[in-house]
Write a protein that binds this ligand. Structure first.
Ligand code: IMP
Ligand code: MG
Length: 173
């Protein structure tokens, strides 16, 4: 049976989300912000984050990406299963993702978004897992940095399990 070792509890996550939200609210005060969540992993983080924002106006949308090939690992072969629905032309897009690992997914998405001519594209991740980075993608807003390991909970899954957990755990086999 796999073991779940606590990494971040509910309260710590809430503090980190609030910190990020303050920074976003200040940075995007006069912007035309579109928060773009990456499904499925970002759904919990996104829901918490938008409710902490102190902004008059914000648009929310989601994309769904699929990496085909390997399971736990990003194979680098990515396709868009559900594309952006709102008009992001000249808008300030903030991609919201659960975890940044090799960086291949977010690099792909950043490139994909160029065709819609957004004014700016930045990245917000709950977890920055930096050891396996393959491409130079940077997140401007980061909840928590870890070097390695497979994390679950707070939207993060292992084979579709554990997304519902309110804390973040290190999964060990
Ligand atoms: P990247 O393309 O390697 O940066 O991988 C990003 C995607 O891989 C994330 O959106 C997750 O779906 C998945 N992933 C990478 N590391 C983990 C992890 O520790 N737990 C759960 N999913 C992960
Ligand atoms: Mg994901």
């Amino acid at each position: 049976m796999p073991d779940l070792i606590p990494v971040l509890d509910k309260e710590t996550i809430a503090q980190k989300v609030d910190q990020i939200a303050r920074q976003i609210s200040s940075d995007y005060k006069d912007a035309n912000l579109v928060m773009l969540g990456v499904l499925k992993g970002a759904f919990v983080f996104m829901a918490d984050l938008v409710r902490c924002l102190d902004l008059k106006q914000v648009t929310v949308d989601f994309v769904r990406l699929e990496s085909y090939g390997d399971r736990a690992d990003s194979s680098g072969k990515i396709r868009v299963v559900q594309d952006v629905q709102v008009d992001i032309r000249d808008k300030d897009v903030l991609i919201v993702e659960d975890i940044l690992d090799t960086g291949l997914t977010l690099e792909y998405l950043k490139n994909h978004l160029k065709r819609f001519q957004p004014r700016s594209v930045k990245i917000c991740v709950m977890i920055d897992k930096f050891e396996r980075r393959k491409v130079d993608v940077q997140a401007q807003y980061v909840g928590h940095k870890v070097k390695e390991g497979f994390l679950v909970g707070y939207g993060l899954d292992y084979a579709e399990a554990y997304r519902h957990l309110s804390g973040i755990y290190h999964l060990t086999f």
